[in-house]
Design a protein around this ligand. Sequence first.
Ligand code: ATP
Length: 345
Amino acid sequence: MTDLRLEGVSKAYDETDALEEIDLTVRDGEFFTLVGPSGCGKTTTLRTIAGFEEPTEGSVSFDGRSMGGVPPEGRDVGVVFQSYALFPHMSVAENVGYGLRFRAPPNGQTVEDRVAELLSLVDLEGMGNREPEQLSGGQRQRVALARALAPAPDLLLLDEPMSALDARLRETLRRQIKRIQSDLEITTVYVTHDQAEALAVSDRLAVMRDGRVEQVGRPQEIYREPATRFVAEFVGDNTVLEGEVIANDRNGARIDVDGRAFEVPALSDGSEYATVCVRPGALSRTVDRNRIQVGVETSEFLGETVRIHGRWNGREVTLQLADAPDGDELTVGFDPADAHVVASE
Ligand code: ATP
């Protein structure tokens, strides 16, 4: 059991500042996700935790013990990478057993028993004699997970473990990973660029951008109360309206966007400009406040709902309705309480 701390971690390569002053605490037993667009520093953060990279500045500690100078094999971490990285000429059981090369199995178990236990944990019972090429992508990734977990590490690090799989398999595997993680209560740091996946699996997540942490929170907080416009747009769809604050008292604020005043919740600071974010589901034909006329550009049938992309005054609008609109124009409104306001950048 481990809690993990990064304090002021920066990492510079020759010409790139890959990480800048990262502060993060991952609690014991937590499923913690690093999410953000390509190149924002997720993998570098994970590699720094694992000990494959040393930070240029700052420190990484496990349960208060500094990991400075400790090599990966001394850190008690299990790592699963994007590619399966299984040994093709070893059987499944030998691949899992390879995870025990630095450390004997826990609780005095034999290697054979430990391998069998792990294969059963990842639902691959009886497949120990197969070769990796006789497995599906999802099965191979579960072998990689079993290998990482074999020495009973304190910390599990997963770097886009599902990116090579198709959508349905990803969903199944992510449920399996989540179940195994919570059964073992193992502190886990998970890297993904897929915001929906991050919201679905995490106890908490950090949204990263350009080598920095933009916001840390539980999935509901990140989704409902994004701290910045970047988070609001990266995590789920939002209609974003930026304008001038023309009134603000305890009953609410009014934001002028292209000469049109929108009613939103009261603002806590005195900024002159503000950005209004409205989730697709909050825009409705039957709400009579904050109404806008939307020119429909595309509508996508998603089964339960229809997602519509359109424009109001040249600005992108995304909404979600039960049925496709009849024409190419549509009037919708939103309740001020459903709008979330962030500072303008
Ligand atoms: P992706 O989702 O594309 O894997 P990421 O968020 O994991 O991206 P990193 O791989 O951590 O991002 O990269 C962060 C930045 O550091 C990028 O600008 C990348 O080009 C740079 N970088 C990473 N590794 C090295 C390296 N070994 N040498 C030089 N620059 C590097």
